[in-house]
Design a protein around this ligand. Structure first.
Ligand SMILES: [Zn+2]
Ligand SMILES: [Zn+2]
Length: 257
């Protein structure tokens, strides 16, 4: 058998193996458990409909969607006052912040992060990689860098959720990834309870460039799970730009609105 035939044959067996797996273990919605069509899908149609995607018009820098549905992208008030250290941030969906209702996206992200369901990282990473195709200059990007966790928190959680999402984006976009470029030099309290100005102060100089790495002249894609005030990714971008990066772009799974 020549090599082309072997490749075709193995592709065919992979498809057949996938179908066998679907028959043995039908893929299920990661939120409600209903059966779904594709093995790589994350949500069923009904749960997917409850997730609001980030749509234009939005802030041309931080990616905040504007409420009015018409018009072009432009800078938002906060980016006009203080331009971020990254060129552009984009997110796949709006992260629901109201407590009380169990929202598919928030619930699944929390199971992934705090419930240590590492297996959710791949389908979530796929959603952001496929959903945000074309929103960033993919061809100019040289390297993917996930937002690092402090070693103490990494030990406690056992994995870095941003690195897992970044690995999936790296394989979908065919870009190299290096999770050791940035170091979290200072442990910071969780940002969740802090106001915007406090968040900025909280993460100031919390990140530094690993002295063993060179990113001179590289265009970096920084990846995090949820964009809230942007303080964390902005501080990481500052460290990357100081370390010689040409430009920094940011991609997150979701963002608060
Ligand atoms: Zn569902
Ligand atoms: Zn903005």
């Amino acid at each position: 058998m020549n090599s082309k035939l072997i490749t075709q044959h193995s592709k065919f067996s992979n498809v057949r193996f996938g179908r066998l797996l679907d028959w043995l273990y039908p893929p299920r919605c990661r939120f409600c458990g209903d059966s779904i069509l594709g093995r790589d899908d994350c949500f069923c149609f009904r749960c997917g409909e409850r997730i609001r995607l980030v749509t234009h018009p939005l802030c041309s820098a931080c990616g905040r969607p504007f409420l009015d549905t018409g018009g072009d992208d432009h800078l938002c008030g906060s980016c006009l006052v203080r331009r971020p250290h990254f060129v552009r941030a984009r997110a796949w969906a709006c992260y629901p912040t109201e407590d009380g209702d169990d929202h598919p996206l928030r619930e699944v992200v929390q199971r992934f992060k705090y419930g240590r369901k590492v297996s959710l990282g791949k389908p979530l990473g796929r959603l952001m990689a496929i959903g945000c195709r074309g929103s960033l200059p993919e061809r100019n990007l040289n390297l993917i860098v996930p937002v690092p966790l402090h070693p103490k928190r990494l030990r406690w959680r056992g994995f870095n959720q941003s690195a897992i999402l970044a690995r999936e984006v790296s394989s979908q976009w065919n870009l190299p990834i290096d999770p050791f470029v940035l170091l979290r030099s200072r442990e910071t309290p969780p940002q969740t309870q802090l106001a915007e100005e406090e968040r900025r102060r909280n993460v100031r100089r919390a990140f530094s460039l690993n002295p063993e790495k060179s990113i001179e002249g590289k265009t970096i894609l920084l990846i995090d799970d949820v964009y809230t005030s942007g303080a964390t990714v902005n501080e990481c971008s500052r460290a990357l730009m100081r370390g010689g990066a040409r430009e920094v772009y940011v991609l997150t799974l979701a963002r608060t609105v």
